[in-house]
Design a protein around this ligand. Structure first.
Ligand code: SF4
Ligand code: SF4
Ligand code: F3S
Length: 275
């Protein structure tokens, strides 16, 4: 991959917390430096760019013109669609306008994180009592473009699911096979529960009943604390987060899986009753 001309990547940020970028920054194989200096040419990224303003907007337009039909577009964050999209503007353009402009000549579009995949956190408004829908009409990339895109959901997503998708595209010239939610099957086809280190406790009926109780301290199953591992398709329990021998993931840290890779599960009401 490294011997070819580095493919151009344009990375847009919309309605989000930048946690997806933070997750990528912590990858170790490859590290971000190796990725952007040897593997891809990161031609537009608002968080990582040293420059700002007209200079970066010009860089984006140049990269799009020089790599027409060949660049990879990565979108982080939901797209506010209410009131003509006025709730997110960059360089004088709404997120809707920017997304459509950048997607038009992209070779591939990847929605990174649950926000870009289907609205995620900005569409759930947990802190607004009585609200029934997102005040800004936060939507996923596929809805705004009117066509399916590859999604790498998670909040944040595992960096290796994103990096593997990019490397798959660079190696084979096509995106990996996806499921009905646009998620690459290599990463999202097994339930968390199938490979969870606490699964033996689940099968034996040993549960933590409250945070800090004896069962919790002993590492028992977190199902009765609301764990959504049995309903959540992702590979966290296999590849974990972090490297250098310190790999860990929510359940290993004692927190139930909240189903952050599932649409409407992670931040919605619990889908099983806690006894
Ligand atoms: Fe942040 Fe989660 Fe949205 Fe990523 S998916 S930008 S981590 S809120
Ligand atoms: Fe399944 Fe969650 Fe229990 Fe793990 S902690 S065995 S994922 S219910
Ligand atoms: Fe998300 Fe559950 Fe993995 S909360 S990070 S899918 S363990």
């Amino acid at each position: 991959v490294a011997t070819k001309k580095r493919p151009s990547v344009i990375w847009l940020h919309f309605q989000e917390c930048t946690g997806c970028t933070e997750s990528i920054l912590r990858a170790e194989h490859p590290t971000l430096e190796k990725l952007i200096l040897d593997v891809i040419s990161l031609d537009y990224h608002e968080t990582l760019f040293a420059a700002a303003g007209h200079q970066v907007e010009a860089a984006r337009k140049t990269a799009m013109a020089e790599n027409k039909g060949k660049y990879i577009l990565v979108v982080e964050g939901a797209i506010p669609t209410k009131d003509g999209g006025v709730y997110c503007k960059i360089g004088g353009k709404t997120a809707i306008e920017l997304l459509k402009e950048c997607a038009a000549d992209a070779a591939a579009v990847i929605a990174i994180g649950s926000c870009a995949s289907w609205g995620g956190m900005p569409s759930t408004i947990p802190s607004i009592p009585g609200a029934t829908s997102s005040p800004t009409g936060s939507s996923g990339v596929d809805k705004v473009l009117g066509k399916p895109v590859v999604t790498i959901p998670g909040c944040p997503p595992n960096p290796y699911n994103f990096l593997s998708t990019v490397v798959h595209f660079l190696t084979f010239g096509k995106l990996p096979e996806v499921d009905d939610k646009g998620r690459p099957k290599f990463a999202y086809s097994r339930l968390i529960h199938e490979n969870c280190e606490r699964r033996a406790h689940f099968d034996a009926g040993r549960f933590a009943m409250e945070f800090g109780d004896e069962g919790h301290r002993k590492g028992h199953c977190l199902y009765k604390l609301g764990c959504k591992g049995p309903e959540t398709y992702a590979n966290c329990s296999v590849i974990m987060f972090g490297d250098a021998g310190a790999g860990t993931w929510p359940v290993a840290c004692g927190h139930p899986c909240i189903g952050c890779t599932e649409q409407g599960v992670g931040f919605a009401k619990p889908i099983h009753t806690v006894a």
